[in-house]
Ligand binder design. Sequence first.
Ligand SMILES: [Zn+2]
Length: 98
Amino acid sequence: MNPSQSAVVQFKDNQDEEYGEWLARNPSGFVVNDRGRGNYLLIHRGEGLRCIRQSGKNHTNPRAVSTKVCSPDRAALETWCVREFRRGPQPCKHCFPI
Ligand SMILES: [Zn+2]
């Protein structure tokens, strides 16, 4: 696989603009929203705009500890989370209905 296709990128509090650009470039990508230093991880589809926009509000809250971890490759993203946070993300119920 081309490494650029599975690249994992992390956006922090002052990177809303870059995050928005990533979403525009990767409409079928995946996004993990970390609100608590890896304690609460949900994985969303980039096209799940409802979730993404809601979390975007939290993202700009200066009191929120929040980062976005993004990748076009779900497996690469989950592997990244396990390595960095020592746990994998749970699938969002809206984006991944059972
Ligand atoms: Zn979602």
